[in-house]
Design a protein around this ligand. Structure first.
Ligand SMILES: [Zn+2]
Length: 318
């Protein structure tokens, strides 16, 4: 493995901004079919100023993610960069701060991943003032571009590259990290803006471990989709809390106002899906009837779904 820094964001020519691979995927699935693949370039301002900015390859972003893990990521062929491009620096020389044993373990584990997050900011992305407008997709987009919530802007600080507001990028990082060996996975630390540092795993409780009154966490688990009648959808988790069922409901109005609804629709429409794996930043509340729990998610950018397909009986081998 080269000591070169793994590129975790790229400038997307078609979108006109710098994105992480998960943002590229949501944007891709929000295009009407047939979809054309995006062109990515090195996001460094020096590289973008070149006559031919270096091309970056986007891997696996144009397929819907399933629970059979194939991490979407950027691959940098490493050619044609500007001389002082920070993405071309030697990774070993960037960790200059002395580290404790725990910090060293954390860093070593992170180096094995396509991308990693040191700090996550859970503040809602692109929150609008006077938010009831159902056709607010464009307003939302403008708000997001302005605030840079869809990835860092052109030429923005390189040193912030492992700090993000992107929930989906955080989830992809978690899923990729879950493939490390257990000791490495458990050693990963995450700083959450407004809360401080904690083990990554404690920010991601399984739904059976969630409880009302808990601070917002990334609650996750397998869930089954209720038959859809309209734009919205409802999923019931397979795990329970205190013997009560737990559901997640997205209303018609929320879906209609959501810019990336096409991505949810395509994911939920996969006919081979037996159930869905859900990651949602929120908290559980007792439902009005008191007979079940509802997982409350305030921002659909804080929800992500993966189709889970059980192995077909006639499928051969591993
Ligand atoms: Zn570059």
């Amino acid at each position: 493995m080269s000591g070169q820094i793994r590129i975790n964001e790229a400038y997307c020519v078609e979108l006109g901004r710098t994105v992480s691979i998960t943002e590229a995927r949501r944007a891709y699935f929000s295009l009407p079919a047939p979809r054309a693949r995006f062109t990515f370039q090195c996001p460094d301002s020096g590289c973008l100023a070149l006559d031919e900015p270096p091309t970056i390859t986007g891997v696996n972003y144009s397929s819907l993610p399933t629970d059979t893990y194939r991490a979407a990521h950027f691959r940098d062929p490493g050619v044609g960069h500007a001389v002082d491009c920070p993405w071309q620096a030697d990774e070993a020389t960037t960790d200059i701060a002395p580290a404790s044993e725990a910090e060293t373990k954390d860093r070593e584990a992170k180096r094995k991943l396509h991308d990693f997050i040191n700090e996550f900011d859970p503040a809602p992305a692109g929150r609008q003032v006077g938010t009831q407008d159902v056709g607010g997709a464009d307003t939302d987009r403008l708000a997001q571009n302005r605030r840079g919530d869809m990835g860092v802007g052109k030429g923005e600080s390189f040193t912030n590259r492992n700090r993000t507001k992107s929930f989906e990028r955080l989830v992809e990082y978690y899923r990729n990290a879950a493939e490390l060996d257990k000791e490495e996975f458990f050693s990963l630390q995450l700083k959450v803006a407004g809360e401080g540092e904690m083990p990554l795993i404690s920010y991601f409780p399984n739904v059976s471990k969630a409880h009302p009154g808990q601070p917002k966490r990334v609650i996750h688990g397998g869930a089954r989709l209720e038959p859809r009648k309209d734009a919205g959808f409802m999923l019931w988790f397979m795990d329970r809390i205190d013997g009560k069922g737990v559901y997640l409901k997205v209303t018609n109005q929320e879906m209609e106002a959501y810019r990336f609804r096409g991505y949810f629709n395509d994911t939920l429409a996969q006919e081979t899906a037996d159930y869905f794996r859900i990651f949602a930043l929120g908290r559980v509340v007792l439902s009005e009837t008191g007979k079940s729990y509802r997982l409350e998610v305030q921002d659909l950018n804080h929800l992500t779904l993966y189709a889970v397909t059980k192995k077909q009986p006639d499928e051969q081998g591993g």
